[in-house]
Design a binder for this molecule. Sequence first.
Ligand code: PBG
Length: 320
Amino acid sequence: MLIRPRRLRKNKKIRDLVRESKLSKDDLIMPIFVDENIKDKKEITSMPNQYRFSIEKAIEEAIEIADLKIPAVILFGIPKYKDPIGSSAFKKDGVIQRTIRGIKKELGDELLVIADCCLCEYTSHGHCGIVKDGKVLNDETLDILTRIALSYAEAGADIIAPSDMMDGRVRAIREALEREGFEDTLIMSYSAKYASSFYGPFRDAADSKPKFGDRKSYQMDIGNAKEAMKEIELDIKEGADLILIKPALAYLDIIKMASEKFYVPIGGYSVSGEYAMVEAAAKLGYINREEVIYEILLSIKRAGADFIITYWAKEMAERL
Ligand code: PBG
C-alpha cells in the first residue's frame, strides 16, 4: 500500500498539526438577556445554567465575559412595558440603552457590544413588526427599527444586529446611521433567519412568543436554500458588514453555501433549541456533553462560519 490516510491520524500531535478547522476564543459571541423587571438574576427553565440578568448584574456578567477574553456579547432586552409598537425599545433610558452605557463605561473597547434590534420582545402582540388587521406591516416597521438602531448606536453599541426579517431594513438602518454620524457603527444582519422551531426556549427566555399566528410571513421557509442566498445578497447590497445564519446546526449547508459565495464575514447562531437539546440529553446521560458541544461548535466553523453566537461561549472560553 502506497497511500495510508491513517498515517496522518497516528497520534494527537500529527492530528492537531493537520486539523483543518479550529475553534478559538476569538470566534465566540455570548448572548446576555437583560430583564428590567428583576433584581439580581433568574435561571431560564428551559435553558439550564443560562440567566436573565438585572441591568446591574448584566454589566457584571459582561465584565466576567471580557475577562475570559471573549471578544463580544449580544444583548436581548425584556422591558417593563410593552405596547403595540414596541416603544420601550427606542427609549433613551430603555433597558438595553442603559445596559450598553453601563458596559461601555466599565469596559470601553475591551468588549464589543452587539445590540439585537427587533420588536418582538417589546410589542404586546409579540410580533417583530407593527400589526394591522392581523398582518405584520413591512414599511411601517422600518421607521421604528431605525429609531431603535439609532438609540442603540447613541448609547454606544459597536454593532447593530437587525433580527426582524422585514424587507429593506438594513438599508433603512444604514442610511440613518450614516446621516446621524454613526458611520463607524457596524451592521450584523440576521440575513438568513428561518421560521424555526428551534427558537422555543429563547421565546420563554425573552418573553417574546407571538400572541397569535406565527412568524412564517417574515422569517424564511425551512425548505429553502437559494432564497437564503438572495436574502444575503440583498443585505450586503444594502450595507450589511457581517451576516448571520440562524439556526446553525440544522442549516450547516446554508453556512457552507454562503461562505463559498460571498466575501463578507459570516456567523452561525447556535440557537436556544440546540442548547436545550444537548443539555437535556446530557442530563439523562445519553451523550458526552463536553465532547458533543465541542463537536457542534467545530462543525459550524468547518461549514465555513467565521464566528459563532453560542450560549456555551463562556464555558468554551474556559475550556479552550
Ligand atoms: C428576535 C430573536 C429571536 C432569536 C434571536 N433574536 C427569536 C425569534 O425570532 O423568535 C432566537 C435565538 C435563540 O433561539 O437562541 N427576533
